[in-house]
Write a protein that binds this ligand. Structure first.
Ligand code: FAD
Ligand code: NAI
Length: 472
């Protein structure tokens, strides 16, 4: 090999590609190795982006069928062109992944299409996609190999990506299934369940826990969210465990067991979506050969500066600790590059937002009410419903609320939970406020343009700060 790289990144997902661009921008000689044949990782290829394309377009279809008449728009002969909807999704993916490749060129990141494995802590072997092998030396190596669908424990449900699908198959069904059973009421289950429900499937979500939305959602919001989705037609079986799924006569039979009394039931489905979580990808990297430690869940162990147990080898994103979110991986990518460049970097794990892109959207940042109760923190609450917000009213889109949680004594914002139109955009305001250590009074005294949905945000802060909102 020629001159060693300052930084080599393994994996071209949101963690890896952002780390590579940032490292190059900081003047480091940088390479990124990606085996998929396209940049952008899970997020751009089979995750965030295609799912949001399907969510947006299925929402428009559903609105056209069920919502626009009351707005004074009469349309006739509305029908679904699923191949075109899938193509629109594929086009967004292709455009964005190509865009990252252009960014690599602009920033002078060397892009290797192939599969990397460690030869030593400073040398990687790359099996090139086009055939052959090359070796690269790096003074620093960042592992950003991401995550993959977790298989169903015990192999009792086998994914074929046609009838029993993961999120990847669920993003590419060629027909609308009459009956869709979703195993897992976490974010993937609810987003993909919403898509196919809007397109005409009867959707039943089977969730092991007593509530939906996955880890970190506020319990009150989770209940409202479930009611809202139920109104849209999704059925929920909570406190219910899936035992197995078997294919027979073109159908899938899903066996479930109630947590309370062990009662078994069999659900018939045309398609089953398995959405029970994701697991880190480390196979084939040769980690044990160089001594990189992995924990019992398969995650690469790191310290608070992204160092693995081997000097010079760092790790970021889904393959290590923390929430499996694209923006979390990106923040870590930037910080890891900064650590390599200058020895300093920063990620605030207390202010990483979560968004569920259903309709209404659900978004949150910081602590939940159940968290604060359990920790014995004295807190106050301020809420404001969108039904009392003028813009939501004019938009005929009034479901949900904004909820602030603040420290009782200091008024410092501890958490913000939103269900409502544009919650995913609005949560950024909460993130900025929390980054600056704001109080609810700070938000309450900040002018918000009228008429906007964001006024609901300010009113909830006002309710938390002074005990009363103006408009409710
Ligand atoms: P990844 O994106 O998984 O990228 C890792 C890359 O490394 C892969 O492309 C892989 O091919 C490559 N790789 C692995 N091993 C090797 C090797 N040995 N050599 C070379 N290359 C290798 N997050 C959000 O924040 N918002 C969302 O809306 C959202 N929606 C999602 C929807 C779905 C259906 C799914 C499945 C996930 C979604 N996520 C979302 C999660 C998000 O996709 C991940 O958190 C994010 O992609 C993690 O980024 P990463 O860079 O750590 O890993
Ligand atoms: P998840 O961990 O969010 O949810 C899985 C759910 O399945 C849990 O609620 C769990 O209790 C349930 N479950 C597990 N085993 C079960 C069984 N046998 N029977 C019934 N229920 C069972 O995982 P999910 O939804 O697969 O998502 C994976 C990751 O992808 C998440 O960490 C999420 O952060 C990320 N993601 C993020 C999105 C976003 O930010 N909008 C969108 C989609 C995914």
């Amino acid at each position: 090999p020629s001159e060693p790289y300052d930084a080599i990144i393994i994996g071209g997902g949101p963690g890896g590609y952002v780390a590579a661009i940032k490292a190059a921008q900081l003047g480091l000689k940088t390479a990124c190795i990606e085996k998929r044949g396209a940049l952008g990782g899970t997020c751009l290829n089979v995750g965030c982006i295609p799912s949001k394309a399907m969510l947006n377009n299925s929402h428009i279809y559903h609105q056209t069928l069920h919502d626009i008449k009351k707005r004074g728009i009469d349309v006739e002969g509305v029908s679904l062109n699923l191949p075109q909807m899938l193509k629109a999704k594929d086009d967004s993916v292709a455009g964005l992944t190509r865009g990252v490749e252009i960014l690599f060129k602009q920033n002078k990141v060397d892009y290797y299409k192939g599969t990397a494995s460690f030869v030593s802590p400073t040398r990687l072997s790359v099996l090139l996609n086009e055939g052959g092998e090359t070796e690269l030396d790096g003074k620093n190596i960042v592992i950003a190999t991401g995550s993959e669908v977790a298989p169903f424990p015990g192999g009792a449900v086998e994914i074929d990506e046609k009838q029993i699908v993961s999120s990847t198959g669920a993003l590419n069904l060629q027909e609308v299934p009459k009956k869709l059973v979703v195993i897992g009421g976490g974010i993937i289950g609810l987003e993909m369940g919403s898509v196919w429900s809007r397109l005409g499937s009867e959707v039943t979500v089977v969730e092991f826990l007593g509530s939906i939305g996955g880890v970190g959602i506020d319990e009150e919001i989770s209940k409202q969210f479930q009611k809202s989705l139920a109104k849209q037609g999704l059925k929920f079986k909570l406190n219910t465990k899936v035992l197995s799924a078997e294919k027979s006569d073109g159908k899938v039979f899903v066996k479930t067991e109630a947590a309370k009394d062990g009662k078994e039931e069999t659900l018939e489905a045309d398609v089953v979506l398995v959405a029970v979580g994701r697991r880190p990808v480390t196979t084939g990297l040769n980690l044990d050969k160089i001594g990189v430690e992995v924990d019992s869940k398969g995650r690469i162990v790191i310290d608070d500066q992204f160092n693995t147990t081997v000097q010079g080898v760092k790790c970021i994103g889904d393959v290590t600790f923390g929430p499996m979110l694209a923006h979390k991986a990106e923040e870590e990518g930037i910080a890891a590059a900064e650590y390599i460049h200058s020895g300093h970097g920063h990620v605030n794990y207390g202010t990483i937002p979560s968004v569920v892109y259903t309709h209404p959207e659900v978004a949150w940042v910081g602590r939940t009410e159940q968290d604060l109760k359990a920790a014995g923190v004295q807190y106050k609450i301020g809420k404001f419903p969108f039904i009392a917000n003028s813009r939501a009213k004019t938009n005929l889109d009034t479901e949900g609320q904004v909820k602030f949680l603040a420290e009782k004594e200091t008024d410092k914002i501890l958490g913000v939970h939103i269900m409502g139109p544009n919650a995913g955009e609005m949560i950024s305001e909460a993130v900025v406020a929390m980054e600056y250590g704001a109080s609810t009074e700070d938000i309450a005294r900040t002018t918000h343009a009228h008429p906007t949905l964001a006024e609901a945000f300010r009113e909830a802060a006002l309710a938390a700060y002074s005990g009363k909102a103006i408009h409710s």
